[in-house]
Write a protein that binds this ligand. Structure first.
Ligand code: SF4
Length: 420
């Protein structure tokens, strides 16, 4: 290690390629190896919007002209990792996966998606790791979709063809206040952002085998930017209310406060706006959680939705926590104590702001403990007691007698009646 110069920056991807393959074995040393490890694979660096200076807070344009990895290099790294036992990947660390080798990079602010390059990239990854369990992406620029809706839709279809469900297109909308958009040279006006959300919904909202839709937008807002006023907070909230009114799905809403970096325009401003709006941000966050996140989660994961292959990770506060490995995984909370380190299926019984309460699927109604029974939708304390008194329940009629027909029918889809 003494021979490594920590201040040295790599020359480019050519320098990385061989090392990425030879170094793949380091994955075995990761504490999550053999459990729920996801390896992030870099596809390019630099933002195509460097030609217009980029967003006021972002350092990505400082890299200058984006540099892309070749699909073959990405595939070789994936193959090397796969040979070491890694089977979950995320193509991340890029400002916009739709702009991978896009047409017009270095000339225009919003280059056109290069469908052929995307096809080669994703097909190469799948060929290199045929039985992979997770393949997700990270960022998508809503401006690319708004400016090239047809090509973007095709590009998203390519991703859906090769990826695994539960994917998130994290979109930095940053602000729904046109003034903030203008002053900070952000990428989209609010109506363009809405169109981008609609396009991702059109391509990706169908539910996949994991129980989650194929790919949904994630929305990022940034606070503390130049031009921000009290109205900005209202506009952002109203934007998300409109998303709900239109019946659209969003996987997550991320509210961040700007972190000023040297070399960006926000560096001069610092955190002065954040400090001024500190209390406002706090109450806004709460309103977003209650008015948007909760109803969105209920729409996204209705009661009884089955979620496959969640990794049981930890205990806490009388709960067992699990997550499906992937981009921005949803936190699943189960009221019974489950063995850690296993993959299990669950079904949804309740909703928090940013998490869902689940029960193991299938649930044996003749042996499930009282807390678990009480957590089931429509059951509660009294019915759970009735259910326990009726054990062993033999067949649908017995369950109907204890709970009524409607509830019994819903329960039978997610449970079994094992010997008690
Ligand atoms: S926030 Fe995104 S679009 Fe804006 S400059 Fe950074 S990478 Fe580019």
């Amino acid at each position: 290690m003494d021979a490594v110069d920590p201040s040295r920056r790599r020359e480019g991807f050519r320098e990385v390629e061989g090392k990425a393959v030879r170094g793949a074995r380091v994955a075995r040393q990761h504490p999550c190896y053999g459990r729920n490890l996801i390896v992030e694979i870099e596809t390019y660096r630099g933002c195509p919007r460097f030609v217009v200076g980029g967003c006021s807070f972002c350092i990505e344009p400082l890299y200058g002209h984006p540099e892309f990895r070749e699909p073959e290099g990405v595939a070789r790294e994936v193959a090397a990792l796969y040979a070491e036992g890694v089977d979950r990947f995320r193509l991340g660390r890029q400002p916009d996966i739709l702009c991978y080798k896009a047409i017009g990079v270095g000339e225009v602010e919003f280059p056109r998606p290069n469908l052929e390059a995307l096809e080669r990239l994703f097909r190469g990854v799948r060929a290199a790791a045929p039985l992979l369990k997770t393949l997700h992406i990270d960022n998508v620029n809503p401006g690319t979709i708004a400016n090239h809706p047809r090509e973007s839709e095709e590009a998203l279809k390519i991703i859906v063809k090769y990826h695994t469900p539960g994917d998130v297109a994290a979109m930095g909308i940053e602000s729904a206040d046109p003034r903030v958009v203008r002053v900070n040279n952000l990428k989209v006006e609010p109506e363009e952002a809405m169109r981008a959300i609609e396009v991702v919904n059109r391509v990706g909202s169908e539910r996949g085998y994991s129980g989650l839709p194929h790919i949904l937008p994630g929305v990022n807002f940034v606070y503390g930017l130049m031009g921000e006023t009290r109205e900005t907070y209202e506009m952002n909230l109203e934007f998300m209310r409109e998303v709900l009114r239109r019946g659209l799905l969003v996987r997550r809403v991320n509210l961040r406060q700007v972190m000023p970096f040297p070399g960006t325009r926000m560096w001069e401003v610092g955190d002065s706006i954040i400090r001024r709006h500190k209390a406002l941000f706090k109450s806004h966050k709460l309103r977003m959680r209650v008015e948007v996140d909760l109803p969105m989660l209920r729409r996204l994961l209705p009661h009884w939705t089955i979620l496959r292959d969640a990794y049981v990770e930890a205990y806490g506060k009388g709960l067992t926590y699990a997550r499906q490995p992937g981009s921005y995984p949803m936190l699943l909370c189960c009221r019974s104590k489950l063995k850690l380190g296993e993959y299990r299926d669950f079904f949804v019984v309740d909703h928090g702001h940013r998490s869902v309460t689940v029960a193991p699927y299938p649930l044996d109604l003749n042996s499930a403990d009282r807390r678990l029974l009480e957590s089931l939708p429509g059951v509660g304390r009294r019915r759970a007691a009735r259910l326990m008194a009726a054990r062993p329940i033999r067949g649908a009629e017995g369950l109907e007698r204890a709970l009524g027909r409607e509830l019994a029918e819903a329960l039978l889809k997610v449970s079994t009646l094992g010997p008690s």
